[in-house]
Design a protein around this ligand. Structure first.
Ligand code: GAP
Length: 452
């Protein structure tokens, strides 16, 4: 019986217990809403990043990759509108000294106990809202003056726009074509929180798709469908995903149309990924501010400024959605188990190799040989520590789809047991066929047993 509602606390606790994610700087008392990734978190992130890169770049002929700098020329952020407009309204409470987003008071907790929304206590003393720019500032070079002021990028997109000409010329592209980038972005969020959902440092995966202006509406819908399909391909339940179109008042300054792909997180329906029709805003602004023409000139001399469709998401939001969707608890043979039903191509470890007896000489030799063979191509883990039941449960909790057990029978007939994480079914196969079996298993479609 699958658990239907998962709390953020369950996800935070599992992430910590199994070494996916740790609160950062803990030995110094912590650094609120900042996280470090442990071994399984890194493997999970790598898999999600790689699946995105395959779908957005490697499996396509019309998209190329880019890796631009984090600190760009400060004029980039003037042109993009971020210096002027990348702000949230902020209020301070003179009593509890906390800061809140003026437009999110309903979602915020006052510093007093029992906690209420800011403004609900008679002692609450809120300032008038003022605009607060979310970009982190830094200085470049040894002297701190106004000329050395620079910003940590709040989105990777601008690094793509300022390289438009390079890609157009050097990669000899013509619209429609895209440029994809994965990299850290930084935002001085006023109210970060909900685990990794809103953090100040996150890894964005963005793709700017440049199209002839007349085709932009069609491509906008195309990319909404493509991205929704990607989440379904990697196992998120359809019932927990929806597309919500922004009203005109909600759109960013650059947007002609935006749709959020939302996931039903424990905090309710919230933005997982945004797909925006940015029109020609960015290329026009960078043309104006840099005086470099950013346009497409066709072989017959026809010229236009392409419009841009942008799917943008962070690894952090995907990680939370995938962990929530995968988390399950069930009772098996009177024992409770917690299991992460992650898609096999997302799970941090693809297979575990478990010799039944840690010191059984023949078993260890066969298990190590199998482990060395599989680890050349897959993320596999060798575990000989503790009772077999405990080892299975450890692997269930990190979401390992298959475990191969080497036992007495292996010594006589060279077969191993494979145990399936989801169904708990076990079957025997020849040890020599494990590699091919695993390759086949990874090719098969996977549906979560948690339902649609
Ligand atoms: N280039 C467009 C852009 O950055 P956005 O809606 O501000 O648009 C895109 O951000 C995506 O980046 C969001 O859908 C979300 O997945 C992720 N994101 C934004 N702010 C975030 C934060 N503080 N923490 C984690 N992820 C964030």
């Amino acid at each position: 019986m699958a658990v239907d509602t998962v709390t953020m606390d369950q996800i935070v606790s599992l992430s910590r217990r199994r070494g996916f994610v740790f609160p950062s700087s803990e030995i110094y008392g912590g650094m609120g809403s900042t996280y470090d990734y442990g071994h399984y978190g890194v493997l999970l992130k790598n898999n999600i990043r790689q699946r995105w890169f395959e779908a957005m770049v490697l499996e396509r002929d019309d998209i190329v990759a880019l890796d631009s700098a984090v600190i760009l020329h400060p004029r980039v952020w003037e042109a993009s509108g971020h210096v002027e407009g990348f702000t949230d309204p902020l209020v301070d409470c003179r009593t509890c000294k906390l800061r809140f987003r003026a437009d999110k008071l309903e979602d915020s907790q006052c510093g007093r106990k029992p906690s209420k929304h800011p403004g609900e206590f008679s002692e609450c003393d809120l300032t008038e809202p003022r605009q607060f720019n979310l970009m982190f500032q830094t200085t470049v070079g040894p002297v701190e003056d106004s000329g050395s002021r620079a910003f940590l990028r709040p989105e990777t997109a601008q690094g793509i726009f300022i390289n438009f000409k390079n890609v157009l010329q050097l990669a000899r592209r013509r619209p429609p074509f895209g440029i994809a980038q994965i990299g850290r972005s930084f935002r001085n969020e006023i109210t970060p929180g909900n685990f990794l959902f809103r953090v100040r440092e996150f890894e964005q995966m963005e793709m700017e798709f440049f199209v002839p202006p007349a085709d932009s509406e069609g491509w906008y819908h195309y990319w909404i469908d493509e991205r929704l399909g990607w989440y379904l391909r990697y196992g998120l339940r359809r019932s927990r995903l929806r597309v919500r179109e922004h009203g005109p008042e909600e759109r960013s300054h650059y947007s002609q149309g935006t749709s959020d792909i939302e996931y039903e997180y424990p905090i309710g329906w919230s933005e997982l990924e945004g797909v925006a029709n940015r029109g020609d805003f960015d290329l026009m602004r960078h043309t104006e501010f840099s005086t470099t023409k950013l346009e497409y000139v066709g072989p017959d001399g026809d010229r236009y400024v392409p419009h841009v469709i942008e799917p943008a998401v962070s690894l952090e939001r995907i990680i939370v959605a995938m962990l929530v969707d995968a988390y399950d608890e069930e009772v098996v043979g009177e024992r409770e188990r917690t299991v992460l039903r992650l898609h096999p191509e997302i799970a941090p470890v693809t297979a575990a190799i478990l010799p039944l007896i840690a010191k059984g000489e023949g078993m260890v030799a066969k298990a190590r040989t199998l482990y060395e063979e599989l680890r050349k191509r897959h993320s596999v883990e060798y575990d000989d520590n503790g009772a077999i039941g405990r080892r299975y449960r450890r692997q269930d909790e990190i979401g390992t789809p298959w475990a191969f057990t080497i036992d007495d029978q292996t010594l006589s007939d060279d077969t191993v047991t494979v145990r399936d994480r989801d169904s708990l079914a076990q079957e025997r196969l020849p040890i020599g066929g494990v590699r091919a079996w695993l390759d086949d298993a990874l090719e098969r479609d996977w549906q979560t047993p948690k339902g649609a």
